[in-house]
Design a protein. Structure first.
Length: 244
């Protein structure tokens, strides 16, 4: 058995207050590209940079072009939960995982079965009318072309946090409280370079900080265990062993 897997298994077995904090790397194994990876959005050529096209200003001033980009590059309706999502759902069922805090907007943690999911950047599965507040599912993009319009006649906006928008204070509060109270904090699939989300790790007060990421992060030197491997592989192997 890999020494790191063995250590992680032991930590998980001895705790029933685990919190998971994840980033884009959790979903890349489901075929959803990471913005900053070698083949992600930042490596492609567009008339505007992705940060501009996914900003509040661009959405308001160039709504049609925003939606052309959003439909093409931000929606992955056929993506399925991978081994990481499934393992985390299993940990919750075992009564060990108390919360999943995610920077992703794909909704895959919920689809995998996790109940307490705190979506820092919202969810692409929800879309809300900017006037009456009517909520629409992802199906609105299959039923319409171009800019989706509510039955009241006003533009529908994805329930995701765009650049220039602040994170939801209530979600932030719940996430920081979960991290503060956690016995074990597992951080995976994130470079921990994007703020303010990355700064939430500073609220952890325990001594079991686990980092699972293929590349180094600014927090590696603070971690009690660093695993440089596929997060899906690591979590699947660990949960399978913990279940025995």
């Amino acid at each position: 058995m890999n020494d790191n897997i063995s250590k992680l298994k032991e930590i998980i077995e001895n705790s029933d207050n685990i919190v998971f904090f994840g980033g884009a790397g959790v979903s890349t194994e489901s075929g959803i590209p990471d913005f900053r990876s070698a083949d992600g959005l930042y490596s492609e050529s567009y008339k505007y940079p992705p940060e501009t096209m996914l900003s509040r200003t661009f959405f308001m001033e160039h709504t049609e072009e925003f939606y052309r980009f959003y439909r093409e590059k931000m929606l992955y309706p056929d993506a399925e939960p991978n081994d990481a999502h499934k393992a985390l759902a299993e940990l919750e069922k075992l009564g060990k995982l108390k919360a999943v805090i995610t920077q992703n907007v794909d909704g895959l943690h919920t689809r995998a079965g996790n109940k307490n999911v705190l979506e820092l950047h919202g969810s692409a599965l929800r879309n809300i009318c900017m006037s009456c507040g009517e909520c629409y599912t992802l199906g609105i993009f299959r039923e319409t072309e171009g800019v989706p319009i509510c039955k009241c006649g006003v533009v529908i906006k994805p329930d995701v946090v765009l650049y220039e928008e602040g994170l939801n204070p209530a979600i932030m509060q719940k996430a920081t409280e979960a991290i503060y109270d956690a016995d074990v904090l597992i951080v995976g699939g994130t470079s921990l370079n994007v703020y303010p989300a990355a700064g939430m790790i500073d609220y952890y007060r325990g001594n079991k900080l686990i980092l699972i990421n293929k590349s180094a992060t600014p927090y590696d030197r603070h971690a009690n265990l660093v695993i440089r491997d596929s997060i899906g592989k690591v979590l699947k192997e660990t949960v399978c062993l913990a279940r025995k």
